[in-house]
Design a protein around this ligand. Sequence first.
Ligand SMILES: Nc1ncnc2c1ncn2[C@@H]1O[C@H](COP(=O)(O)OP(=O)(O)O)[C@@H](O)[C@H]1O
Ligand SMILES: [Mg+2]
Length: 316
Amino acid sequence: MNVQRIINRVCGQFLITNIKTSVFSIRLKHTKNDLENHQTKIMGRGLPEKKPLPGVKSIILVASGKGGVGKTTTAVNLACAMKVIKPEKEIGLLDADVFGPSVPLMMNISGEPMLNDDHLIEPLLNYGVKCMSMGLLVSGENAVVWRGLMVMQALDRLTRHVAWGPLDCLVVDTPPGTGDTHLSLAQNLPIDGAIVVTTPQSAALQVTKRGVNMFEKLKVPIIGLVENMSHAMCPKCGTKNFIFGNETKKTADEMGLEIIESFEVDSNMSECINSGKPAIYALPDSIHAEKYRQLANKVFKYIANKDNKQAKAKEQ
Ligand SMILES: Nc1ncnc2c1ncn2[C@@H]1O[C@H](COP(=O)(O)OP(=O)(O)O)[C@@H](O)[C@H]1O
Ligand SMILES: [Mg+2]
């Protein structure tokens, strides 16, 4: 079976599911409070058993409440930096933003992936990182308007029907918000930790709090906050301009979280990422590249710490 048929099969099921879902929601006429209570109840229930991905040792989510804060930029540079500082490690990058996949552009990958003898989709490799994205399976012009069960099925394909292993770490880029994708990933995969990306303005931080709340309810440990676009530096006098405000530290303290890295606005960053050559490779001597290497180091340490704790717990 080819990849397109796999996708068609998912799409066909979605159409039926979606019609059923719409009829259902009209009939019930849920209020916002009803839905929130229902969601809290579902999230509070015992979660289904999480099945590991074969051959994948650890999974790290990159998330945020708001869109456009630099989540994919962080995920792409983090995955590449992990490969750069420890070339012996196998690193993967999953684009779980099925609605607006941008990993193919940012990692400069294209073309229809192949199926192997086990009928698993082979990830595409660039910069030494194994990548998979809905953007490789659905052509650019076809907007994806899925929800609910369809999203879950698409994610199932992108996780369990891809020949990921062997991998030391799979970095997962997620869509903005606190929706079906996050619930599905957190309920089905053993997530080792989440990095929450935010910008310093209050609108973004408010949504960040909601995202952190969701991960706490889903029992996904948060590694820390990455503050992106913290400030812009005047190229002439070096003055820091806090164009988006300066509220991140206060919010991080309120949530008991650490800001693990902070990146200023830099036009080179967007140029690199939009041309498909992440800063870590295009500008290896830049401050941003150095900070991504430090971030990668922190993630490796976090994973090693977690592995040690799990090994000790098993011994007892
Ligand atoms: N530190 C930064 N300085 C300048 N531009 C940035 C920075 N971080 C991200 N960008 C740009 O902002 C835009 C949104 O980033 P993206 O990673 O796609 O956000 P998200 O995944 O959260 O929607 C992109 O065009 C990206 O190149
Ligand atoms: Mg994105």
